[in-house]
Design a protein around this ligand. Structure first.
Ligand SMILES: Cc1cc2nc3c(=O)[nH]c(=O)nc-3n(C[C@H](O)[C@H](O)[C@H](O)COP(=O)(O)OP(=O)(O)OC[C@H]3O[C@@H](n4cnc5c(N)ncnc54)[C@H](O)[C@@H]3O)c2cc1C
Length: 307
């Protein structure tokens, strides 16, 4: 079963995931409210000390009759305060590989025992949350993908997320902001600024080409491997640095957190940087994406990868 936070391309991902992993009954129950946006989901994967090492998560879901009782804590949960449901990973086994002990559940955030606390980030926004789960009861019908088979579902959701992370929309909005700030300062034709704009324009072609290839494969129902998806997301690692020229061109206004009035225009100079910086972390950090490329695409041995 998939997820949806806002209407948009995510709808297609959610429908595909529902069709792939949901039972007929789950499709009938969960899909319509996702599509009409009455149910909106957040992603309950990360936990303290289980971000990159997600399989090390400690939240448990213990059987109680047909239901499961969930105890644990999630962190960095985007928009948990503003949605109705969470899809979460919890430990349901204690033998074998860590990845084979995890199940994927759908949780109604109105359930007794759920506490959501917001976290303030460096841009003074409070989108991120901690979610505490204290003896929360999840009905049997909310298990998706089978007991101890949640890792497969989780990876599938992450691939869709990584395709979006690697979208050229963010570098393009950074470039548009640079042009706006340069125009407001009257330096759009300055050779040094024009050089930066030309270099960034050339660089943004790469994620666009990659995204088209991934979309074309998915459209033809051909498998999109994790390595290809990771490569798409890892291409984002330069985006925060690419946003720095905006800050430099803005001069003293480059350090202001909110909107700044420049030559008759209200501009959030740091906006692009604040959006770009976390994009190298959520959906898996750039380092973790590069590990996936080393393993899945380059087939490097463990010694080479670690050395
Ligand atoms: C804006 C934002 C929104 C997010 N939204 C969500 C959400 O909605 N739901 C959710 O579940 N999570 C969410 N996350 C959490 C995100 O998935 C984790 O932050 C990410 O997986 C990294 O985990 P961590 O923060 O625990 O860092 P750590 O795993 O502790 O990593 C710390 C540093 O060590 C590096 N590192 C760790 N392991 C390795 C390795 N094996 N090889 C090389 N380098 C390594 C990392 O690259 C990083 O630089 C969000 C994060 C951000 C920033």
């Amino acid at each position: 079963v998939g997820h949806l936070t806002v209407p948009g391309p995510g709808c297609a991902d959610d429908r595909a995931l529902l069709q792939r992993y949901g039972t007929d009954e789950q499709c009938r129950t969960f899909l319509p409210p996702i599509l009409d946006c009455s149910h909106r989901y957040c992603q309950g994967y990360s936990e303290p000390e289980a971000g990159s090492d997600l399989a090390g998560l400690r939240t448990t879901a213990v059987r109680d009759g047909d239901a499961r009782i969930v105890n644990g804590a999630k962190i960095w949960t985007t928009l948990a305060y503003d949605v109705t449901h969470m899809f979460l990973l919890a430990r349901t086994g204690d033998t074998g590989p860590k990845q084979a002990q995890i199940s994927f559940f759908l949780l109604d955030l109105d359930s007794a025992g759920v506490l959501v606390r917001r976290i303030r980030d460096m841009a003074a926004e409070e989108e991120l949350c901690e979610v505490f789960l204290d003896n929360v009861r999840i009905p049997a019908g909310n298990l998706s993908g089978g007991v101890n088979d949640g890792w497969t579902v989780a990876k599938s959701v992450l691939s869709f997320e990584r395709i979006h992370v690697g979208s050229p929309a963010m570098p393009e909005s950074g470039l548009a902001l640079l042009e706006r700030v340069a125009r407001a300062h009257g330096v759009l034709d300055d050779p040094a600024v024009a050089d930066r704009i030309a270099a960034l324009t050339a660089r943004r072609r790469s994620p666009r080409g990659g995204l088209h290839r991934v979309r074309a494969r998915a459209g033809e129902r051909r498998a999109v491997g994790p390595g290809r998806v990771a490569a798409q997301a890892a291409g984002h690692r330069d985006v925060p640095a690419d946003c720095r020229p905006v800050i430099e061109v803005a001069g003293p206004a480059g350090g202001a957190a909110g909107a700044v009035h420049i030559a008759g225009d209200d501009i959030r100079v740091l906006g692009a940087y604040y959006r770009a910086r976390p994009s190298t972390i959520y959906g898996g950090s750039s380092e973790v994406q590069r590990n996936i490329i080393a393993k899945q695409v380059l087939k490097l041995s463990t010694e080479l990868r670690n050395g």
